[in-house]
Design a protein around this ligand. Structure first.
Ligand code: ZN
Length: 201
C-alpha cells in the first residue's frame, strides 16, 4: 500500500497524523477506513509525547532548572504553571476543554490530560467507533492548540480569546474528518457524527 499524503498544513502536522493506538504499535486509530495515523505513531509526535510525559517546558520545570522565569500561569496568573494547570486546571483552558469534551465524551469527560489518555488507551469502552475516533482527535487538537496559544503569548506577544482557540480546534477537527475517505459501511459518517453532537463555537 502506498503512503498516504499528508493532508494538513505543516503547522498541524503533529496533530494531523493522529496518534496510534498504543496497544498495537503500527495499528491505526481504530476507525475503519481511517487514513489518520497511517504514517507515524504518536510516539513520533514529539511535542505530544512530551506533554504526556510532563516534559514540556512549563514554567515550573524551567524554574527547577534554575532559570529565572516567572512561576505563575501567564494566562490567569492565579497558580504556578505546571502541566496539570496548563492542561485543564486553568479556567481559561478548562472552558475550552469542557466545550468540546462535554459534547461527545459522555457522561463525564476526564479532567486532566493523563486521565484522558488512559481512557483512550482502554481496551474496551462503551463509546461508538465514531465517538472514540473523534475523542482522540479532540484530545490531541486541544492539547496542541493550547500549547501553541501559550507559546504565541510568550514568543509573539499575541493572545487569543477562548472562543478563538475553540474555533481553531473546531476547524482542525473538521479539516481532519473531511480528509478521511468516506466509507458507506460506516453510518453516520464521521463528519455527520461530529456535527450532530457538537455546536459551533
Ligand atoms: Zn492559568
Amino acid at each position: 500500500m502506498g503512503e498516504t499524503k499528508p493532508v494538513l498544513l505543516a503547522e498541524q502536522e503533529y496533530h494531523g497524523r493522529m496518534f496510534v493506538d498504543q496497544r498495537k504499535k503500527g495499528s491505526r486509530c481504530g476507525y475503519p477506513g481511517s487514513r489518520l495515523g497511517s504514517q507515524k505513531s504518536w510516539h513520533k509526535a514529539i511535542w505530544f509525547k512530551l506533554a504526556l510525559l510532563r516534559r514540556l517546558p512549563t514554567r515550573d520545570r524551567l524554574r527547577s532548572w534554575g532559570l529565572n522565569v516567572p512561576e505563575k500561569c501567564l494566562r490567569c496568573s492565579a497558580a504556578v504553571e505546571t502541566h496539570h494547570h496548563r492542561f485543564f486546571e486553568c479556567q481559561f483552558l478548562a472552558s475550552i476543554w469542557t466545550f468540546f469534551a462535554g459534547s461527545v465524551w459522555r457522561p463525564n469527560p476526564p479532567q486532566d490530560i493523563h486521565s484522558a489518555a488512559a481512557w483512550i488507551c482502554m481496551d474496551r469502552n462503551s463509546s461508538s467507533a465514531q465517538a472514540r475516533c473523534i475523542i482522540k482527535l479532540m484530545f490531541q487538537s486541544t492539547v496542541y492548540l493550547i500549547w501553541r496559544e501559550r507559546n504565541r503569548r510568550i514568543f509573539a506577544l499575541t493572545s487569543s480569546s477562548a472562543n478563538s482557540v475553540r474555533c481553531a480546534i473546531d476547524r482542525q477537527i473538521r479539516d481532519s474528518l473531511l480528509s478521511l475517505s468516506a466509507s458507506p459501511r460506516v453510518q453516520p459518517s464521521m463528519p455527520q457524527f461530529f456535527l450532530a453532537c457538537t455546536r459551533p463555537p
